[in-house]
Design a protein around this ligand. Structure first.
Ligand SMILES: NC(=O)c1ccc[n+]([C@@H]2O[C@H](COP(=O)([O-])OP(=O)(O)OC[C@H]3O[C@@H](n4cnc5c(N)ncnc54)[C@H](OP(=O)(O)O)[C@@H]3O)[C@@H](O)[C@H]2O)c1
Length: 401
């Protein structure tokens, strides 16, 4: 890998695609504030560099000449065929070809959606293409197969990291597991849309950049490999939801599991109703995760032996979704309450009364403090609330005190 000067030191420079997303944001955060080596990362927005535009990719990479590329971009999960194909398949293909040309590693983030359902699913148990699979799954699977082809045929130096349900603190869109947390917190999940005994694997977003960094430093070991990056032990969905409910001290969801056929037909009826409402100008959509409704009823646990038998050392071996739940719940409830997305906790999470008073009646006091550089520290003076750690995903070790 090439090196360049950064603040007087030899450094590497990488490009992260999808750096505004949950996964990409955590990766950028790590390299910017946590990485022990001088590695600089550039994270162009999709407006600046859309991976749907081969010319954008070409021009950007030619100009920057990075030492590695990490791709954590995806089209929205319920995107149509064209967008899924362009962002999830053609984009990675163009990035991979550019990596071959520049002779740099390409780190690709993929999804457990490409693997079979069932227990203890290893990296080799990829799904077969079927007409019924979602656009997301098909396009991700196509990308996985093409990257393998480019590795064998054209010498692509790549590592594929496959994630299951991701937990972490940078989800600005409220998707996946955080959508479930949101539904419980918002009290919009009266009963359970799963069945007892259904297990899934979970991926700790905060640990992922440590693995990426490690693979970049050990290309001989990791080139051409794909890795299920999941916590060792799977988790029962019913238990997870009930644990969240008990932390939030709510009365619902009730521990009643709705059978799949009923949930499926309910989903279809609501879909028809929403279509009808749209004719009257009311815009409403079912959460995109419902593409995966079936998955709430079927176990999928990934085997992570390949990861555990590699030279990578887990930076926080005891950290699991359960150990992180209290902190994640606080982070998201605070965030969603301030965005007025949920009302349940408004009383508890209310801003400091003094602050509200000052904001409404004496904005000059806040401005004065801000002009003196005291935006977050005015504390007692004007009653500013202390800010929740927004970048806590960059600090696994601090989570253990
Ligand atoms: N979240 C999960 O639970 C989960 C589970 C399994 C696997 N994964 C995998 O993890 C990766 C990242 O997912 P995520 O949850 O972080 O997604 P996300 O939060 O939705 O972020 C997606 C990112 O992709 C960018 N993007 C979209 N279209 C683009 C384009 N045309 N050009 C460049 N960038 C574009 C977005 O940028 P803009 O915001 O600017 O559009 C955003 O930064 C994906 O490979 C996904 O398959 C995620």
């Amino acid at each position: 890998m090439g090196t360049r000067k950064l603040a007087g030191k030899e450094s590497r420079q990488g490009v992260v695609i999808g750096g505004s997303g949950l996964v990409g944001g955590t990766i950028v955060n790590y390299f910017k504030s946590k990485c022990p080596e001088p590695i600089d990362v550039l994270a162009p927005s999709s407006k600046k560099l859309s991976i749907r535009e081969p010319a954008d990719i070409h021009n950007y990479l030619q100009e920057k000449k990075p030492d590695f590329i990490i791709n954590a971009a995806i089209a929205n999960i319920n995107s149509d065929e064209q967008l899924s194909y362009e962002v999830n398949y053609l984009g990675p293909l163009t990035l991979a070809r550019a990596s071959i040309k520049l002779q740099i590693p390409y780190i690709h983030i993929s999804s457990a959606a490409t693997l079979e359902l069932g227990m203890d699913i290893g990296e080799d148990r990829k799904k077969q293409f079927t007409t019924g699979m979602s656009n997301y799954t098909r396009s991700k699977l196509m990308a996985e197969k093409t990257l393998e082809y480019l590795f064998r045929q054209e010498g692509l130096d790549y590592t594929l990291i496959r994630l299951a349900a991701v937990y972490g603190n940078h989800d600005h869109k409220i998707q996946g597991i955080h959508r479930m947390l949101f539904s419980v917190a918002d009290e919009s999940m009266p009963v359970l849309f799963t069945k007892r005994g259904v297990l899934h694997s979970y991926s700790n977003c905060r640990k992922l950049p440590y693995f990426i960094h490690h693979t970049l430093n050990h290309r001989r070991e990791f080139a051409g490999g794909d890795y299920n990056f999941v916590d060792k032990d799977p988790v029962e969905l019913v238990d997870l939801i009930m644990t969240i409910k008990s932390y939030l001290q709510l009365n619902i969801p009730k521990e009643i599991c709705v059978p799949y056929v009923l949930a499926r037909s309910g989903q279809k009826s609501v879909g028809v109703l929403l279509k009808l409402l749209r004719k009257f100008g009311l815009k409403a959509q079912l959460p995109s995760e419902l593409v995966f409704l079936k998955q709430f009823y079927v176990s999928q646990t990934l085997n992570s032996d390949r990861l555990r038998n590699s030279s990578f050392a887990d930076p926080a071996p005891d950290e699991t979704i359960y150990s992180r739940l209290p902190e994640m719940i606080l982070y998201y409830i605070d965030r969603w309450s301030h965005q007025n997305l949920i009302s349940t906790y408004n009383e508890e999470m209310k801003l400091d009364k003094d602050f509200i008073e000052t904001f409404q009646h004496n904005p000059e006091a806040l401005m004065g403090a801000a002009h003196q550089g005291a935006v977050r520290t005015v504390g007692g003076e004007v009653g500013w609330r202390s800010e929740q750690q927004a970048d806590s995903d960059a600090r696994p070790e601090e989570a253990h005190g």
